[in-house]
Design a protein around this ligand. Structure first.
Ligand code: ADP
Length: 638
């Protein structure tokens, strides 16, 4: 095979230039990336060997070699290696799909893609340009790799100029990455110096499970001897005592595990002794990855047996509604050749799962009580997923509901979260229950006309925006008998007035019945397909109208949910509530009585407006615009 030259994809070339020219404040991380890749490759080879006893045994090792005069540094592993195609796929395409988004984010942040800065560093890290960080310290990189089971090795070289070459090479199974270092005179460190390298490895890669070996020169008995030394402690971070591990070490480990550059919100240590003994370390990330909501099967826990990696994304270790967690669980009690398929039925796994679940509940409770700010961040990112547990896990539904935060009208603006218990404490004497309003969009809920009678009387209302809230609203029996009922103020039958007040209002409406009848008839006939009833409102004050769910059908919220899930429930007819004390409705009542031709358009506009206020889409926006234009033209005398 002759040497062949390839072009990087176009964005990649731009990114390379930017990285090379950037004054990256932490160039050292290139070594972390290379060692991390080597460690992954060793994990993979070990697993292939476990599954296939015909493969030769091997002694995993990551070797750092340096040449001060020749100014090269190489990181070599005897892991799975890469085929020629894999080298093209993984090394010839920077950060795979992320590159475009990365550059877009850079531009959006207003960065000139040349000068460096803290934000830029964060962005680079966040998009995991991994292998490419080598160009911060090297002007030429050579990768020689041979895939386990393949007869040939391949050489990849690049000078970070937008192209790379591939050619034939020789080596055993594994990968060697050799960097031709830029001159150290650029003010940077000398990456061929033993102590510089040791420091970096201790800082970033100490916990790597495989030995990182370097040959060092020592003076013994007046003679120079060259010997191999393992420079990382290889101590699994979850096996060290809590007091021994620094925050920085937790962060590095989290990065190694997740490739997430952002700091995790919290870590949770797991430890159990006895019939089943296991240890573990879990992290709560600070943000949800983009596919977390769509993919209920996403799971971020890696299983280790006796400190050796067995598999990642081990879904059976935690319940689905805790799938936002990342981390490792390590047990000595499992058999090394355990497979994904039998994991679920493994009693030890079930024990681990229960105990992990309990620990996570406890830690969240602690955080809620003494780290409210962090807890609210957690809830904002993952509350929606965590709450799914109320439906999935009846046994712990109460625990989860106790941990749940809800938006509330009590503390307006951003955040504004409360627990059910805190709401209960603030309830007014004689208040019938916990007032709740469900909808899709928090800002639409905050300005909903349905809140008016409650706001006027100083009652607090919980605002619920998650799919599972419908279920909570329907049944809170898990909270115990003496727990106040959740009352849905969207229904129209829940009102905050006392008995007296209500009777008075009813009498007032009765007196108006005759005047209201023509408008009611008009509304029912022109919106017959969408309305089950029209009634004067007992509760609205400032708004002219609102829509209520019929007690006979699905709630509007549920109908929208089903539609979003691809189902086609029959359109639900609703109840149109009109505020007969509002000047607009008074005028409309008069117009309907006089059979004014404009009444139908106006009532249809009011209906659409009520839908818009709920954050819902209009069935026929064109008709809405046509009517509105007509009314505007008339108002302007055009
Ligand atoms: P990341 O590690 O975040 O996926 P990298 O750019 O560091 O991104 O590496 C890209 C891919 O190249 C890796 O996911 C892996 O498949 C492959 N790779 C890198 N280094 C090695 C190695 N030493 N041995 C085997 N495969 C490797």
């Amino acid at each position: 095979m002759a040497e062949e030259k390839f072009q990087f994809q176009s964005e990649a070339a731009e990114l390379l230039k930017m990285m090379i020219n950037s004054v990256y404040s932490n160039r050292d991380i290139f070594l972390r990336e290379l060692i991390s890749n080597a460690s992954d490759a060793l994990d993979k080879r070990r697993i292939e060997r476990l599954r296939n006893s015909e493969l030769a045994d091997f002694t995993p090792e990551i070797r750092i070699s340096r040449d001060k005069e020749g100014r090269t540094l190489s990181v070599s592993d005897n892991g799975v290696g890469m085929t020629r195609d894999e080298m093209i796929q993984y090394l010839g395409t920077i950060a795979k799909s992320g590159t475009k988004e990365f550059l877009a984010a850079m531009k959006q942040e207003g960065h000139d893609p040349h000068p460096g800065g803290e934000n830029q560093d964060q962005l680079i890290g966040q998009f995991g340009v991994g292998f490419y960080s080598v160009f911060m310290v090297a002007d030429k990189v050579e990768v020689i790799s041979r895939r386990l089971g393949s007869a040939e090795a391949c050489r990849f070289t690049s000078e970070g100029d937008g192209s790379y070459t591939l050619s034939e090479a020789e080596r055993d199974c594994g990968t060697t990455v050799t960097l031709h270092l830029r001159p150290a005179a650029e003010g940077g460190k000398d990456y061929t110096d033993e102590w510089t390298l040791r420091d970096i490895i201790r800082q970033y890669s100490d916990f790597i499970a495989w030995p990182v070996v370097m040959s060092v020169t020592r003076h013994k008995d007046g003679k120079e001897v060259v010997e191999d030394e393992t420079v990382n402690s290889q101590k699994a971070i979850w096996c060290r005592s809590e007091a021994e591990v620094t925050e920085e070490e937790y962060r590095e480990f989290y990065r190694h595990l997740t490739h997430d550059w952002k700091e995790p919100l919290a870590h949770i240590r797991l430890s159990a002794e006895g019939a089943t003994s296991f240890k573990g370390l879990l992290f709560i990330p600070s943000e949800a990855p983009f596919d977390l909501f769509m993919n209920p099967k996403a799971g971020g826990i890696s299983l280790y047996i006796n400190r050796v990696f067995i598999m990642n994304d081990c879904q059976d270790l935690i319940p689905e509604y805790m799938r936002f967690l990342r981390g490792v669980v390590d047990s000595d009690d499992l058999s090394l050749n355990i497979s994904r398929e039998i994991l679920q039925d493994e009693p030890i796994i079930r024990v681990i799962r229960r105990s992990t679940q309990r620990k996570v509940f406890n830690e969240l409770k602690k955080m809620l009580e003494s780290g409210r700010e962090t807890y609210e961040k957690f809830w904002t990112a993952f509350g929606r997923i965590f709450k799914e547990g109320i439906v999935q896990d009846h046994e712990h539904a109460k625990t989860i509901l106790d941990l749940a935060l809800f938006h509330t009208t009590a503390r307006d603006g951003e955040g504004g979260w409360t627990t059910l218990a805190a709401y209960r404490e603030r309830m007014k004497p004689g208040q019938e229950g916990i007032y709740c309003l469900a909808g899709r969009d928090i800002s639409a809920l905050r300005s909903s006309p349905k809140l008016e009678p409650f706001a006027r009387r100083g009652y607090e209302v919980l605002l619920m925006t998650d799919p599972v809230d419908e279920v909570i609203l329907a049944d809170t029996s898990m909270m115990g008998e003496d727990f106040p009922k959740l009352l849905n103020v969207g229904s129209g039958s829940v009102t905050p007035e006392g008995e007296e007040e209500r009777k008075e209002a009813e009498a007032r409406l009765k007196a108006l019945e005759e005047d209201f009848a023509p408008l009611k008839e008009q509304a029912l006939s022109s919106l017959s397909e969408r309305l089950e009833g029209v009634r004067p409102s007992l509760t609205l004050t400032d708004s002219p109208a609102c829509l209520r769910d019929s007690p006979n059908g699905l709630s509007f919220q549920m109908e929208q949910l089903l539609r979003a899930a691809g189902q086609t429930p029959p359109p639900q007819k609703r109840i149109f509530e009109l505020n007969v004390e509002h000047p607009l409705i008074k005028k409309l009542m008069e117009m309907a009585k006089n059979k004014d031709a404009q009444t139908a358009d106006l009532i249809a506009l009011l209906y659409d407006q009520s839908l818009l206020l709920e954050g819902a889409a209009l069935a026929d926006p064109a008709a809405f615009a046509r009517r509105l234009n007509k009314v505007m033209a008339q108002a302007l005398g055009a």
